[in-house]
Design a protein around this ligand. Structure first.
Ligand SMILES: Nc1ncnc2c1ncn2[C@@H]1O[C@H](COP(=O)(O)OP(=O)(O)OP(=O)(O)O)[C@@H](O)[C@H]1O
Length: 510
């Protein structure tokens, strides 16, 4: 691979020569944007200066690989004033240098959030206020709890990532919570879940299948030093309008769990949290309008939001100002011109990548001519391909798993009910699914495995299944009805006997 030294001379490192290499020089307040097609990868090596991808710094001299239709931008840290050079190997479908980025606006938001953290920490330690503290902050020295709202493809997830990564770079040992309240994105789990993780090392962007970094729950464990232990609840569908009541409930469960943990974890509490939301929260037209206000309120209440950031949507900003402006800061943030318009088929592929990544782990093959041994994937050495393929397929008895489906879509249509009968099952009722029944919908279904219910029978209640956090996922790959057995795929071996599982509307595709 060609490496340019400080005199501009070309050298070759480790005898590897890559084709399609290119060198870019970035100036302050510009960014190099790239978009990868399916099956292609890209390697980037910083030759000189400082650079970051969505707030996570690139280490000088290391080669990073990107794949799985990753779309991202390399820019100079806002506070850097020098030019830098970097070396790109591979062929993105789109690449260009943009001279317009909203990074200064994002950095200003970060500075305001940082002040809130510092003041919250000072209040916890009982330190005297500083001269620059304003009256409002003195009476309410709260850590930032930020809700990010915006329409589809406005860059919400990217902004959440940038703000989280910036918080980590202040050297204050913050560990902000990042909450993924968008069930159409897997986040650290698989699509259908909403989750939260305490972030203490920068979130790397290397693949569309892991936009928020890697988790300890997915196979394989090669990313263990970067792995996160998320807290997740199961909603089960991509669209929030499918069961808004259930969505409301899982948001509140996640918030409650976080608040309980914070009671004994001051360090995490003063670091605050950032909540990424689905685009449906911003779409006021159509059937979304009915429930989106309720769900925004559920987030505001559950995560005790005190800052709302609205990305690139004037009308939504005005609406949020009107509803919440008297009790918290509502700030409009410009949308980056680099955000890629993702269509439905791309999103479908991403969900497939996310599910596969959960089962098989993920290895990005470097561009031709580059050895994986010299590459970093998501901030870690690229793992051996053979290590990654380790899910376990096992045959279990129908009675091993108690599988539920939530709500009325499991029921017969109203027209099929006896005359005069009304529905008695609510959208929130967990119904046991019998795998032996034709049309159970379990073949190829993704199941969330839940934590055990309360061992104290007297504390149990009908809807307890809705309130149990997720401990893992499995997929039903075959049903043998005559023998009452099914084949399930899971990232690691382990008995499923006695487990509770919930099915949603996501399907596994090989
Ligand atoms: N400056 C940029 N340059 C290149 N790609 C970018 C940039 N900013 C964001 N992207 C990419 O654009 C895509 C959409 O961005 P992002 O996921 O942040 O938007 P979103 O508003 O959260 O999307 P959704 O509609 O799913 O809620 C992502 O693949 C992201 O990596």
């Amino acid at each position: 691979m060609g490496v340019m030294d400080s005199d501009g001379k070309q050298h070759f490192a480790e005898g590897i020569v890559a084709t399609n290499t290119q060198e870019w020089v970035l100036n302050p307040e510009t960014e190099y944007r790239f978009e990868l097609d399916p099956g292609t990868s890209l390697a980037i090596k910083l030759l000189r200066g400082h650079a970051e991808i969505f707030g996570a710094e690139l280490v000088d001299g290391k080669t990073y690989v990107y794949g799985f239709e990753c779309k991202a931008a390399v820019c100079l840290p806002v506070w850097t004033r020098c030019r830098h050079r970097k070396h790109v190997t591979g062929q993105p479908s789109t690449e260009y240098i943009s001279e317009e980025t909203p990074m200064v606006a994002y950095a200003n938001v970060h500075l305001a959030l940082e002040q809130m953290r510092v003041r919250a920490l000072r209040a916890v330690h009982g330190s005297p206020p500083s001269d620059d503290d304003d009256a409002d902050i003195l009476t309410n020295p709260d850590a930032p709890r930020v809700l990010v709202l915006g329409p589809e493809n406005s860059g919400k997830t990217t902004m959440c990532k940038i703000l989280t990564n910036y918080a980590l770079r202040t050297g204050q040992d913050w560990c902000p919570l990042l909450v993924n309240a968008d069930p159409s994105e897997g986040g650290w789990a698989v699509p259908g879940a909403i989750s939260a993780a305490s972030i203490s090392i920068p979130i790397q962007t290397c693949s569309s299948a892991s936009p928020l970094g890697s988790t300890a729950t997915s196979a394989p464990t090669h990313m263990s030093s970067n792995a996160l232990l998320p807290l997740a609840y199961w909603y089960g569908h991509a669209q929030t309008r499918r069961n808004p009541l259930l969505m409301d409930r899982v948001i509140r469960n996640l918030g409650e769990n976080i608040m309980e943990r914070w009671e004994s974890d001051t360090e995490s509490r003063v670091s605050g949290l950032i909540v990424d939301t689905p685009a449906s929260f911003a779409a006021s037209s159509g059937s979304n309008g009915d429930h989106r206000q309720t769900l925004i309120k559920a987030c505001v209440d559950a995560f005790r939001i005190n800052v709302i950031l609205v990305v690139g949507h004037e009308k939504l900003n005005v609406e949020m100002q009107r509803i919440y402006g008297n009790r918290m800061a509502v700030v409009k943030i410009p949308k980056s011109g680099g955000v890629v318009e993702l269509d439905a088929s791309y999103r479908e592929r991403i969900r497939k990548y996310e599910l596969h990544k959960y089962m098989y782990g993920q290895v990005i093959e470097p561009p031709s001519g580059l050895s994986s041994t010299v590459c970093m994937q998501g901030g870690e050495q690229t793992p051996d391909l053979t290590l990654a393929l380790s899910p376990s397929s096992s045959v279990i008895s129908f009675s091993d798993l108690r599988i539920y489906r939530i709500g009325e879509e499991t029921m017969a249509p109203v027209s099929a009910l006896p005359i005069g009968a009304t529905r008695v099952v609510s959208e929130m009722q967990p119904l046991v699914v019998d795998p032996a029944l034709p049309g159970s919908g379990l073949y190829n279904a993704v199941l969330a495995l839940l934590a055990p219910p309360n061992p104290d029978e007297s504390e149990r209640y009908d809807e307890e299944v809705l309130d149990l956090p997720i401990v893992g996922f499995t997929v039903v790959t075959a049903l043998d009805i005559p023998n009452k057995r099914m084949t399930v795929l899971a990232p690691s071996q382990g008995s499923l006997a006695g487990r509770i599982a919930v099915v949603g509307s996501f399907e596994w595709q090989e």
